[in-house]
Structure formats: C-alpha cells, structure tokens
Design a protein around this ligand. Structure first.
Ligand code: NPW
Ligand code: ADP
Ligand code: MG
Length: 280
C-alpha cells in the first residue's frame, strides 16, 4: 500500500496557463439535495467552485434554490425534477457528482438510472452518499463514464457486501475489481483503490468527524477531476488536500467545519502547484 503524504502531492496541481479561460477548467454538474438535506449539495457545490472548476451547475430540489443562490452565486441552478433541463445538462458536462443529500426514493433511483445510462466514456461520475446506498440496494448497469465511488465504511458494507470487520485491503481490492471503478473508502486513514494500486491517506484527524465533511470531499473531487488531465493525480490530490486543510485548521481548532475547509481550498491548492507535470 502506497502512503499518500505531502511530498507525493507536492507539484501535482498544474500551474494555470496565461492564455486560458473558464472553458479550459471543466464543467461540473452536481445532483442532490432534497427538502431535508439542501446543505449537503450546497457544501459539495461550494467545494467544487473553490477547487477552481470552470463552470458549476447544481440540480437540486426547488426549495434549495434561493439558499444556493445566496450562498454560492458562482453556481448555476436547475430544478432536479426538470427532465429536459437535466438531460441537456448531463450531455454538456465533463463531470457529474451525484448523491450528497439526494434521498432514497423511487424517483431518486430513476434519476440515478438516467444519469448512469446517459453518460459517455469521456465523462467522469462521482457517486456519493445516498446514491451509493441506492445502487447497493438496486444494482444498475455500469455507467460508461470513468466512475469513482466515495463510500464511508457503512456505505461500503452496503455496496460491497463486506461487513466493516471484513474490509481488509485484499477483500476491498477484490470488490473494487468487480465494480470496475475507483473506490475512495472514507475513514480515519482513507484508502483509495485504483485498478493498479492502493493508497492510504496520511492526513486527517477526528476533528473532521462532522456532518457534511464527505459532501465537501465529493465536491472537491468533482472540481479536481474537471481540471486535471491525470485522473489518478486529481483523486489523490483532492483526498489529501481535503484532510490536509483540516489538519492546518486543527492546529488551533477542536473541530474543523466543512465551510471552513472550503474557504481555504484555493490557498492550499496554490502551495501544491507546479509548472512541471508530475506523473504518479
Ligand atoms: N447537512 C446535510 O444536508 C447533510 C446531509 N447528509 C447526507 O445524508 C445522507 C445519508 O448519509 P449518512 O452518512 O449520514 O447516513 P447513512 O448512509 O445511513 O450512514 C450512516 C450509518 O452508517 C454508520 N457508519 C459506520 N461507519 C461509518 C463511518 N465511517 N462514517 C459514517 N457512518 C458510518 C453509522 O453508524 P452510527 O453513526 O450509527 O454509529 C450509521 O448507522 C447522504 O446523502 C449525505 O450526503 C450528511 O452528509 C450529513 C449532512
Ligand atoms: N476520525 C477521522 N479521521 C480522519 N478523517 C475522518 C474521521 N472521521 C471522519 N473523517 C472524514 O470525514 C469524511 C466523512 O464522510 P461522510 O461520512 O460521507 O460525511 P457526510 O456524509 O456527513 O458528508 C470523510 O472524508 C472521512 O475520511
Ligand atoms: Mg457522506
């Protein structure tokens, strides 16, 4: 197992070219947030915007629109129930993040099925939160998109069938192969399962154990994948930086709130940029 530490991430983020524009930094569509959990998709989208994605759109329940506009004017908003608008947005995007605060109704499952079947191999799909639980309970044909699941241990138990005490590296690798996707298994010392190798994050502490923290990571992953050509570098950098920022705040704070982490993403990214592309 490879250790994901600061020296690995140093230089992974490409320095921006002078002659570039927002279209060069990717389009991300985030889907989630029902009547009870608008906060989850607002946090995720805020993390995507702070990570530097070129254009961010959020499909969420209409009751969240005013809050989202007020908190995050950088994002565009559409009604999660508007099929026509959603289909157009799915076709136009580079990355989809689905699941934060989505809910687990039949309509949510139908939506998930539409998303999985309509994406192409050129797009990326991050499946988080309720979307993982829905897929665990109702398996669907695999999407053609490059797919990343971001389960916590219980969500991974539901998806892989492995009880938490059986989630060994060997067992997890076997499940990752079956799912044919990247798995970010979130916990203390988060593990990342790629087809070729496994990484263990060395940043992060229990100061992160608060609601919305995983939603924030899902949004960061969307933002990093939208901008970086090397998908593996994007995933490793997002996982490390999410927890690294928390570690910096935790030097003087007992808990590290998702909103505080989000505010510090651009500054933290700056420290890790390089003109030379590092390939892992
Ligand atoms: N502000 C908002 O809008 C927020 C909205 N949110 C949205 O809520 C939706 C549901 O997501 P969820 O994670 O809260 O619930 P669920 O899938 O039932 O899992 C919890 C169960 O798993 C167990 N468990 C075991 N190991 C674990 C581990 N390492 N990490 C975590 N849990 C672990 C745990 O055990 P227990 O706590 O009982 O000991 C419990 O039995 C999702 O869409 C998410 O985006 C949240 O982000 C909060 C802020
Ligand atoms: N004790 C801990 N040590 C390190 N990281 C933690 C700890 N507890 C939680 N985290 C991190 O917080 C996030 C929690 O994700 P998740 O449970 O999906 O949150 P939510 O769904 O509430 O947004 C993960 O990135 C996880 O690694
Ligand atoms: Mg979660």
């Amino acid at each position: 197992m490879h250790l994901l530490e600061k020296k690995i991430v140093q230089g992974l983020l490409p320095k921006r070219q002078a002659y570039s524009h927002k279209g060069d930094y990717g389009r991300v569509l985030l889907i989630g947030g029902n009547e009870q959990m608008g906060g989850a998709i607002i946090l995720a989208a805020s993390a995507t915007v702070a990570s530097g994605a070129g254009l961010v759109t959020v499909a969420t329940h209409s009751c969240n629109h005013a809050a989202l506009h007020a908190r995050l004017p950088e994002a565009m908003v559409l009604d999660i129930k508007d099929q026509a608008q959603l289909m157009a947005a799915l076709q136009a995007t580079d990355v989809v993040v689905v699941g934060p605060g989505l809910g687990r109704t039949g309509a949510d499952l139908l939506l998930l099925s539409t998303i999985c079947s309509s994406l192409t191999a050129e797009q990326s799909l991050i499946i988080d939160g309720d979307a993982i639980t829905l897929l665990a309970e109702n398996p669907l044909p695999q999407s053609k998109a490059f797919t990343v699941y971001t389960p916590h241990e219980k969500e991974w138990e539901r998806l892989s069938g492995l009880p938490i005490d059986k989630q060994t590296v060997k067992n997890n690798q076997a499940s990752q192969e079956q799912l044919n996707s990247v798995i970010v298994l979130k916990k203390h010392l988060t593990e990342i399962y790629f087809p070729q190798d496994v990484w263990q994050n060395q940043s992060g502490t229990a100061a992160m154990a608060t609601g919305g923290m995983g939603d924030t990571l899902a949004g960061m992953l969307g933002g990093f994948l939208a901008q970086m050509h090397n998908k593996k570098s994007a995933i490793l950098a997002a996982v490390f930086l999410h927890s690294h920022i928390s570690d910096l705040i935790a030097e003087t704070s007992y808990v590290t709130l998702p909103s505080e982490i989000i505010k510090r993403i651009p500054k933290a990214m700056k420290e890790f940029e390089s003109t030379l592309e590092v390939v892992l």
